[in-house]
Design a protein around this ligand. Structure first.
Ligand SMILES: Cc1cc2nc3c(=O)[nH]c(=O)nc-3n(C[C@H](O)[C@H](O)[C@H](O)COP(=O)(O)O)c2cc1C
Length: 453
């Protein structure tokens, strides 16, 4: 059987996520992000299209690197205003049965003890459909909001994350034994104290002496997502992640990153295919290639290159308002998204990037060139990515909502199914069981498994 494609919808609890300016399109509904109906309806459409998950991004700061201020981001609603992603999940989970929810939470600014409980609560409420996108942040504006002068140094954020993972694994996996909850009305025993263990941790960054507050949830540890692609980021991903998000314009670049992560996972004693890799993509589809090109032109009229530049400046930590149109973009070591900057500097394989070239890529208000065409053209492109870059699936960002999701479900999903690369129905079980096609918890090769009581 050919490899089955995995699909995540990529979204955020805000107006402008990746394709900036689309909110102004007359048919776009992203301004309804404060309305639960908007999210419930999205989740139901995704479930109709057998999407594996809805991945919700989040940031705790504002993009204020472009021109040294947040004005361009505020004018264009570039991930600001932004609401809490976790609070959307229970309503969407209530309205669906199978869709997974990957939610971004930044560990730099929250103690592991309270965070572990919040994830367990969501794992209970979703009946085992929750995932956590482990991020450490990349914005100084977030650090300032949290009372720090600037964010911690790039690689040391991953060191803190290593310790954080050890603590949350122990809370999720090591505190309550499976047999601890007795739920025994006759003997009036809710839980067996002898089977509930205190987690004592005293490390460089965290100190915990507590039992986990939640009783065991279906997955215990949520499905772990990660998106760091720098050398240190990949090392972390290879050790911990079950799903990895990568971005890239070119298949050969992404293939190198994926090969490295899978090789490192093997070195850590993991099966390299215990990691599902999702590449970011934007799709504009219509019944024919010509209609899709017309749709792209129509969307394009609303794209904001100012918004795209404000986003990109903050992502890579470079103020592009200071660059001339044809000045080559240079690598500087900073604390933002290192891999993104490397992709257009040291890893650009001889082709020099300039502001003009970046702006040419920003056709829909982001730096991601969209896949545009008929269902068969889109499916060809997606399958070429899977073959050539060894990715397992896609992280599909929105353009004009909800029509972009509805079009994809109506046109591309049946095409993928007819080619035998997409499921006809959801598999049973938790999100982890659905994704990896095997029952039970994290495999023994995963570091969380070593934290069981
Ligand atoms: C698809 C994708 C989604 C991401 N979502 C978030 C997010 O929601 N919040 C966040 O703080 N960082 C997010 N990141 C940033 C990563 O967590 C990480 O900081 C970034 O990829 C740079 O990692 P590196 O410095 O190891 O290269 C995302 C990255 C990618 C590729």
């Amino acid at each position: 059987m050919p490899r089955q494609i995995r699909l995540n919808a990529f979204d955020m609890n805000c107006v402008g996520h990746i394709q900036h300016g689309m909110w102004a399109h007359p048919r776009d509904r992203s301004m309804h992000y404060t309305d639960l109906d908007h999210w419930v309806s999205l989740a139901q459409t995704l479930e109709r299209g057998l999407f594996d998950g809805l991945f919700l991004a989040d940031i705790l700061g504002v993009y204020d690197v472009f021109d040294g201020q947040p004005d361009a981001s505020l004018r264009n609603a570039v991930q600001i205003p932004v609401n809490d992603p976790l609070l959307l999940v229970p309503a969407m989970a209530y309205a669906t049965q199978n869709l997974g929810f990957g939610v971004t939470c930044n560990l730099t600014y929250e103690p592991p003890y309270t965070f572990a409980r919040r994830m367990s609560t969501l794992d209970h409420l979703t009946k085992g459909r929750i995932g956590w996108n482990v991020v450490t942040g990349y914005l100084d504006s977030a650090a300032r909001g949290m009372g720090l002068a600037q964010q911690p140094e790039h690689d040391s954020r991953y060191d803190v994350a290593e310790e954080y993972m050890q603590v949350v694994y122990r809370l999720w996996e090591g505190s309550w034994e499976d047999a601890a909850p007795l739920h025994d009305r006759e003997r009036r025993l809710y839980a067996d104290p002898a089977r509930i263990h205190r987690v004592k941790h005293e490390g460089r960054h965290y100190k915990v002496d507590a039992i986990h507050l939640s009783e065991p949830s279906p997955q215990r540890t949520p499905v772990l997502y990660q998106a760091g692609a720098s050398a240190r980021g990949r090392e972390f991903a290879a050790a911990h992640a079950e799903c990895i998000f990568v971005n890239g314009q070119f298949r050969h670049n992404v293939r190198d990153i994926v090969a490295d992560i899978r090789a490192q996972a093997k070195t850590c004693g993991r099966d390299p295919h215990d990691i599902k890799v999702f590449v970011g993509a934007t799709v504009v589809v219509a019944p024919t290639d010509a209609e899709a090109q017309d749709k792209l032109a129509e969307y394009r009229a609303y794209a904001s290159s100012e918004g795209a530049l404000a986003h990109y400046s903050a992502s890579v930590g470079i103020d592009f308002s200071r660059y001339g149109p044809d000045e080559p973009i240079r690598f500087v070591s900073n604390n933002a998204m290192r891999s993104n900057l490397e992709a257009i500097t040291v890893r650009s394989r001889g082709s020099e990037w300039t502001l003009r070239k970046l702006m040419q890529m920003m056709v829909l208000g982001s730096r991601q060139a969209p896949i545009v065409g008929s269902p068969s053209h889109v499916a060809d492109e997606m399958l070429a990515w899977m073959d050539e870059a060894d990715v397992d699936g896609f992280n599909l960002s929105r353009t004009v909502v909800p029509e972009c999701v509805e079009d994809f479900v109506a046109l591309v999903v049946p095409e993928l199914q007819s080619r035998g690369v997409m499921k006809q129905a959801y598999a049973p079980g938790t999100l982890r069981e659905k994704l990896f096609g095997r029952a039970g918890r994290l495999p023994p090769s995963h570091p969380a498994a070593r934290c069981r009581w």
